[in-house]
Design a protein around this ligand. Structure first.
Ligand SMILES: [Fe+2]
Length: 174
């Protein structure tokens, strides 16, 4: 692949990653609102939302170094994760399982972008993106380590429902 083509692929990948992170941020904020019955899960969603805001800024910086304007960014449709986030709207467990899929997707996206950044000679961008990769790996690992506990807590809270859970769809789904 010629350097110009690699550069174009890097720019396209950065735009896609920007849309991916914006989608992730919206979804994290929604999940944080709806998982109040499991405080540890909610806290981790909120912490990752803060990381995601910084990740968006890192991508912005990479794009501005490449002279790309934010206004020309396309929106990523991400139909697969659109469906997963629909599940997360309705089910507490769906939120955890879909979040796991999304974080692993982000890990792969950053790994690919870092290769492109290095191939383009953009070492600073690669280092910046590597920070985001490490955050995504930690988040994916946290979900992997906690999905069983989240499930147990979900069913334990069914025995003693919180007042504000009673009107939520997932309370009636189990
Ligand atoms: Fe993430």
């Amino acid at each position: 692949m010629s350097p110009q083509t690699t550069r174009q692929a890097f720019i396209t990948g950065l735009r896609d990653a920007h849309a991916m992170e914006r989608k992730s941020l919206k979804w994290l904020e929604r999940q944080a609102e709806r998982t109040g019955s499991y405080r540890q899960f909610q806290d981790r969603m909120m912490a990752h939302a803060r990381e995601t805001r910084e990740q968006i800024q890192r991508i912005d910086r990479c794009l501005s170094e490449l002279d790309q304007r934010r206004s020309i960014m396309k929106d990523l449709t991400m139909s697969m994760f659109g469906a997963a986030s629909g599940l997360a709207d309705d089910m507490f467990l769906g939120a955890a399982v879909a979040r796991s899929a999304f974080e692993h997707y982000e890990v792969a996206a950053y790994r690919s972008l870092i290769v492109l950044a290095n191939n383009c000679g953009c070492g600073d961008a690669a280092a910046r993106l590597n920070k985001s990769l490490e955050e995504e790996k930690r988040m994916a690992e946290w979900i992997d380590d906690n999905v069983e506990e989240i499930t147990r807590t979900r069913f334990a809270s069914d025995e003693r429902p919180h007042e504000d859970d009673r009107t939520r769809p997932y309370h009636h789904a189990a």
